[in-house]
Design a protein around this ligand. Structure first.
Ligand SMILES: *Cc1c(COP(=O)(O)O)cnc(C)c1O
Length: 383
C-alpha cells in the first residue's frame, strides 16, 4: 500500500506507542491522586507539557491538553469570545479555515457575534491590506490558520501577528497541519492562541493541545475538576498525553531532516505531474507550502473516480480533505482560490509522510498519469 494521505491522519510511531503502554494498566493511577502511585502519571504529563512548551518557545503553564484539533479550535474561539465580549463582538477569520473554525464562527454568529470571513488570493494567501481594512474598534479576535490542510499554503503568520498586536487584538492560529512540520515560535509570531492535534504528527487520535499565552483570558471549556488549571476538567488522558509528548519530542529532533526529505519528494511529485500531464493545475503556492503537500486539479476528470482507480492500485489519497468527502459541494477552499466548479471537481490531494519513499512517488506519478489519461478518454477531453 502507498499511503499519501498524511494530512488526514498519520500512523502512531512505534516509539510513541511504546511510550504510551505503561499508562494503560501498569501505571494507571489518576494523576490527581495524593498517594505516590499517582506520581508517575503526574510526571509524564509534566514532561509532555514541558516538551511541547519548549517546541513553541512557550512556558509549560501556557499549554493545555485537549482531545484534539477540533476541540482546541472550539475552545480558542468560544473561550475568548465569551471572555472578551464586553470589549466587542467582532471576529475576523478567513474563508479557507478548517470547519472546526468555520462552524464555530457560525455558532458565534448565532450567539450575537459578527464574523468577517476574509477572501484569499489565487494562491490561498490572506491579503494583509484587506485584513487591516476589516479591523473595527469592536474586533476582539483574528483567527487565521498557519497552513491550509487542503492546498498546503502557509499564511504570512508573522505579519498577521504584528497587525493583531499593533491593534491590540487577540490572534489565534489553527496550526494543526503546521505544528511539528515547520518550526513555530509563538513569541516571534505574536501568537496568543495556537491549536494542534496529536494524530497529525504520529501521535494518537483524540489528543491535542491549545497554547494560551499567559495573560490571555479564556472561559473554561469543560467545567468540573481542577485539571488543566481548572479550565478543561476531566481525568487526564495519561497514555494519550504521554503519546503526544513523545510525538512532539521526535518531531522536534527530526524536523529539519524531515523538511529536507519531504520537500524533495514533494517537488519531485509536482515536477513529474506537471511535466507528464497536460491540463494539470497546482493548487496552493508553489513555494510557501507545507513540505508534504501536493494538490492538483486536472481538467476533464472527476477526482472521486480518480481516487477509486488509485485505490484499486492500493494508493490512498484524497479529493480535497477528509472532512468534505461524501458531499457533492466543491471544497470551500478551492472555491475561495477561484477554481471553477468543473476544475475543482477534478482535484487530487497527496500528502507525504516520514516513511514515503522516492519509489512510492514514482509509482504514484505513474498511476496518476495512467488513470488521468484513462478518464480523459472516457470524458473525451482534449488539451
Ligand atoms: C485535522 C484538522 C483539524 C481537526 O483536528 P482533529 O484532531 O481531527 O479534531 C483542525 N484543523 C486542521 C487544519 C486540520 O487539518
Amino acid at each position: 500500500m502507498i499511503y499519501l494521505d498524511h494530512a488526514a491522519t498519520t500512523p502512531v510511531a512505534a516509539q510513541v506507542l511504546e511510550s504510551m503502554q505503561p499508562y494503560f494498566a501498569g501505571d494507571f493511577a489518576n494523576a490527581s491522586a495524593i498517594y505516590e502511585f499517582g506520581e508517575k502519571s503526574r510526571n509524564v504529563i509534566a514532561q509532555a507539557r514541558a516538551i511541547i512548551a519548549k517546541s513553541l518557545r512557550a512556558r509549560p503553564d501556557e499549554i493545555y491538553f485537549t482531545a484534539g484539533g477540533s476541540e482546541s479550535d472550539n475552545w480558542a474561539l468560544k473561550g475568548t469570545a465569551e471572555a472578551y465580549r464586553e470589549y466587542g463582538r467582532h471576529v475576523i477569520t478567513t474563508q479557507i479555515e478548517h470547519h472546526a473554525v468555520l462552524n464555530t464562527c457560525r455558532y458565534l454568529e448565532q450567539q450575537g457575534f459578527e464574523v468577517t470571513y476574509l477572501p484569499v488570493d489565487e494562491q490561498g494567501f490572506v491579503r494583509l491590506r484587506q485584513l487591516e481594512q476589516a479591523i473595527r474598534p469592536d474586533t476582539i479576535l483574528i483567527s487565521v490558520m498557519f497552513a491550509n490542510n487542503e492546498i498546503g499554503t502557509m499564511e504570512p503568520i508573522a505579519q498577521i501577528g504584528r497587525i493583531a498586536r499593533r491593534h491590540g487584538i487577540l490572534f489565534h492560529t489553527d496550526a494543526v497541519q503546521a505544528y511539528a512540520q515547520v518550526p513555530i515560535d509563538v513569541g516571534f509570531y505574536h501568537i496568543d492562541l495556537l491549536s494542534a492535534s496529536g494524530h497529525k504528527f504520529y501521535g494518537p487520535k483524540g489528543t491535542g493541545f491549545l497554547y494560551i499565552r499567559d495573560g490571555v483570558r479564556t472561559a473554561s471549556f469543560i467545567h468540573g475538576g481542577g485539571q488543566e488549571q481548572g479550565k478543561r476538567a476531566g481525568t487526564e488522558n495519561v497514555p494519550g498525553i504521554a503519546g503526544i509528548g513523545t510525538a512532539a519530542r521526535i518531531a522536534m529532533h527530526a524536523m529539519s531532516e524531515r523538511i529536507y526529505r519531504e520537500t524533495r519528494l514533494r517537488d519531485m511529485l509536482i515536477h513529474e505531474i506537471t511535466s507528464r500531464i497536460p491540463g494539470a493545475h497546482l493548487n496552493g503556492d508553489r513555494y510557501a507550502r507545507l513540505p508534504n503537500n501536493v494538490n492538483f486539479s486536472f481538467e476533464g476528470i472527476e477526482g472521486e473516480t480518480l481516487l477509486l482507480l488509485l485505490d484499486a492500485k492500493d494508493i490512498c489519497a484524497s479529493a480535497a480533505s477528509a472532512c468534505s468527502t461524501g458531499s457533492a459541494e466543491p471544497s470551500h477552499v478551492l472555491t475561495a482560490i477561484g477554481r471553477k466548479p468543473e476544475l475543482a471537481s477534478g482535484t487530487l490531494r497527496m500528502t507525504l509522510g516520514e516513511a514515503t519513499t522516492a519509489e512510492e512517488i514514482r509509482l504514484a506519478a505513474d498511476a496518476v498519469e495512467e488513470n488521468v489519461k484513462l478518464l480523459r478518454e472516457v470524458s473525451e477531453w482534449k488539451a
